[in-house]
Design a protein around this ligand. Structure first.
Ligand SMILES: Nc1ncnc2c1ncn2[C@@H]1O[C@H](COP(=O)(O)OP(=O)(O)OP(=O)(O)O)[C@@H](O)[C@H]1O
Ligand SMILES: [Mg+2]
Length: 254
């Protein structure tokens, strides 16, 4: 990215400065994140890749305001997250972030519509009618108009994950965080989910960060950040054959 502080007109969605996260295990200290500097601008679509244990989920927990750095600063939409109270953190998670999980995390006895409505129930403030309308709109957006009343077990894996994406969208967050969203899916369903994420980025302008082990998922994003031992060891733009990219960074080495 060529943007510098002096030319930047918008605040980055994510700005990590020298972020470290250490876990103390008795006398032993595990450094899960080791001096991470990372800026993600609005409208980016970023894959985070790297071997098991390299710090990807720790990073996502930080970005998702579920965990605080041991040192360094994390600015989310220009706000220092360490300044927020627990209530403000919960509010931020609820209003600004959408989470998509590997195992979908849907309630098995609730319909697609109820599952998508749930974050709105927790947040409060809307009538039942308004909640259902918002949930229907989110399910329509992911192409599940015909599945409102289906239970998770009555849907394919790809459909369940799209319900998961609709649930992440229902409060209209600017940033979507997904940790291995295709980890439980076959190739076709995985392609469905990738297409959905790309469309949310390109059509709706959502900023998207995806942790993945899947090279195809990573290559479908616009930027790939590679972690190893808690550090960023590569950060490159992805050149898509059909895209009008003006970047000429190197090919994948994953
Ligand atoms: N709560 C914790 N307590 C102690 N150590 C932890 C904790 N969470 C993570 N770690 C350690 O931090 C390092 C990074 O873990 P993390 O879960 O971020 O890796 P990952 O890149 O997501 O791996 P995977 O691809 O297997 O999901 C690992 O060595 C892990 O054992
Ligand atoms: Mg992980």
């Amino acid at each position: 990215m060529t943007t510098t502080a002096s030319t930047r007109v918008t605040v980055p969605v994510i700005e990590l400065s020298n972020v470290s996260r250490e876990f103390r295990m008795g006398t032993h200290v595990v450094t899960a994140l080791d001096g991470i500097n990372l800026i993600i601008e609005r409208g980016e679509m970023v894959a985070i890749i790297g071997p098991s244990g390299s710090g990807k989920s720790t990073l996502m927990n930080t970005l998702g305001c579920l965990d605080q750095p041991s040192s360094g600063s994390f600015m989310l939409n220009g706000q220092d997250v360490s300044d927020l109270s627990d209530d403000q953190l919960a509010e931020t998670r609820s209003r600004q972030l959408g989470f998509v999980f590997q195992s979908y995390n849907l309630l098995p006895r609730e319909t697609a519509l109820s599952n998508v409505e749930l974050p709105l129930k927790y947040a409060g403030g809307l009538s039942g009618y308004e909640r259902r309308l918002a949930a229907r709109t989110a399910l329509d957006r992911v192409g599940l108009t015909e599945r409102y009343d289906h239970l998770p077990m009555q849907m394919s894996g790809g459909e369940q994950q799209r319900v998961g994406i609709a649930r992440a969208l229902v409060q209209n967050p600017a940033l979507i965080l997904a940790d291995e969203p295709t980890g439980n899916l076959d190739t076709n369903s995985s392609a469905e989910v990738i297409e959905m994420l790309r469309s949310l980025n390109e059509q709706d302008g959502k900023t998207i960060v995806v942790v993945t082990h899947d090279t195809e998922v990573a290559e479908a994003m616009k930027r790939i950040v590679v972690f190893r031992d808690g550090r960023i060891v590569d950060d490159r733009a992805v050149v898509h054959a059909s895209a009008d990219s003006n970047d000429n960074t190197t090919e994948s080495n994953q």
